[in-house]
Design a protein around this ligand. Structure first.
Ligand code: SAH
Length: 400
């Protein structure tokens, strides 16, 4: 594809650092940083490199890619799957990544509801008939808040001696700045967007008049979303059938009647703390971890005082309650009432849930005390009244 041509074919003549494709992707990342879209669709996503970069943007909760060529999408799509670390430490945000096989010339409900639509080096690959339908699909039907379109600037081409007609054999056209800008301005006018022009890939000194190597239009919708484009928020009866690779049964039963414009080829749902199952795991681990630290501090304190006074261990409960300051500083604990302090009774250590809840991480994960109680119920050993985490330390040393 376009992204490597400077390096492969024309080394020594014009070389961009970073490579031009990276500059385009960085441009999109910066745009994401500026507008913080939650739902982003990349049309003509090819090998999904841009999608892969975008999955690290923490504001994004829905990422989708669409391309007319399945084989190129599948090449590296595994990179869009969650990693083991995503399960070990689920993120706060939810993230779903979907890939669709289809054309930007067709409207499909799966393309609705996006805040940002990116079309990087796509339009010059479209046939005339597809290019004609493209504005209605993207700006009329999808109608996201922001659309970014990049395409080669043909005025830069004379700086590439190897380029006779177009930069890539699959390009159907390459526009100069006036051609791109008049198309973009007309599209923006028709669909009520504003558009600003920029680019990446600076021309060499003395050749500034040719403009950027890649020209970019950033379109911003002037008015709030229409009801049609907001449809994806509600369950939609699809205009076209969208099937997953696993819907073979359906294909078997109605092979002749299903005409597929858009087919889902990949879907990954990332583990997230928004999912109760992952939240519960995280809370239980954090509660046990916090309680263990408190227990250790408490026992160390008890042991040192015990050694100091050489007193009767059965009297520990009343005598060895530590000051909260003992471990509050080191653990960054929030304020806790004195009456709720942890204590040792014989071999059993009691750590009130209110103490554990006052630790920032537990507090932040659960939000409310009631939620903490609900999430750990049945998962952590509690005192009979359910108010404290209980540890029996009797056999602890033996185990160690
Ligand atoms: N955006 C990528 C790839 C650009 S190449 C990048 O910046 O690297 C253009 C891509 O558009 C190709 O992967 C091609 O398969 C895809 N494409 C061409 N016509 C299309 C159409 N009608 N609908 C969707 N994708 C199309």
């Amino acid at each position: 594809m376009d992204k490597n041509f400077q390096e492969e074919q024309f080394t020594g003549i014009i070389k961009f650092t970073p490579p031009l494709y990276k500059q385009r992707y960085q441009f999109v990342k910066d745009l994401v940083g500026k507008y913080k879209p939650k739902k982003v669709a990349d049309l003509g996503c090819a090998d999904c490199t841009l999608l892969w970069m975008l999955k690290f943007c923490s504001c994004i909760e829905v990422l989708a890619g669409l391309d007319i060529c399945t084989s190129i999408m599948k090449e590296k799509m595994h990179r869009l799957s969650p990693l083991p670390v995503d399960y070990l430490q689920p993120a706060e945000r939810s993230l779903t990544v979907t890939l669709h096989h289809g054309s930007v010339a067709h409207k499909d409900p799966c393309m609705l509801g996006f805040d940002l639509v990116t079309c990087i080096e796509l339009i010059e690959h479209l046939e005339e008939s597809e290019l004609k339908k493209f504005p209605e699909v993207v700006f009329g039907f999808m109608a996201p808040s922001i659309v970014v379109i990049s395409t080669p600037n043909s005025e830069f081409n004379p700086l590439f001696p190897g380029v006779t007609l177009f930069r890539h054999p699959d390009h159907k056209f390459e526009w100069n700045r006036v051609q791109f800008q008049s198309w973009a301005l007309e599209t923006a006018r028709r669909y009520d967007y504003s558009v600003e022009f920029t680019g990446v890939g600076h021309p060499p000194t003395g050749m500034e008049n040719v403009g950027f190597c890649t020209q970019i239009g950033v379109f911003v919708r002037k008015h709030p979303q229409t009801s049609e484009s907001a449809q994806s928020e509600k369950p939609t009866e699809g205009v076209y059938k969208t099937v997953t690779l696993f819907d073979k049964q359906m294909l078997k039963s109605k092979p002749m009647y299903v005409f597929l414009y858009v087919v889902k080829v990949f879907k990954a749902v990332y583990p997230s703390l928004k999912d109760e199952k992952y939240l519960q795991n995280a809370v239980v681990s954090e509660v046990i971890f916090t309680a263990q630290i408190i227990k250790r501090s408490l026992l160390d304190h008890v042991t040192s005082e015990h050694e100091e006074y050489n007193d009767d261990p059965t009297e520990r409960k009343s005598k060895f309650q530590p000051s909260m300051n003992y471990f509050s500083d080191s653990l960054g604990k929030l304020v806790v009432e004195k009456s709720m302090e942890p204590f040792v009774n014989g071999h059993v250590v009691y750590i009130p849930l209110t103490t554990i809840f006052s630790f920032p991480k537990v507090n932040q994960l659960c939000g409310t005390f009631e939620k903490l109680c609900k999430l750990i119920a049945g998962k952590v050993t509690l005192s009979s009244d359910g108010s404290a985490v209980m540890f029996n330390t009797e056999h602890e040393n033996e185990e160690n």
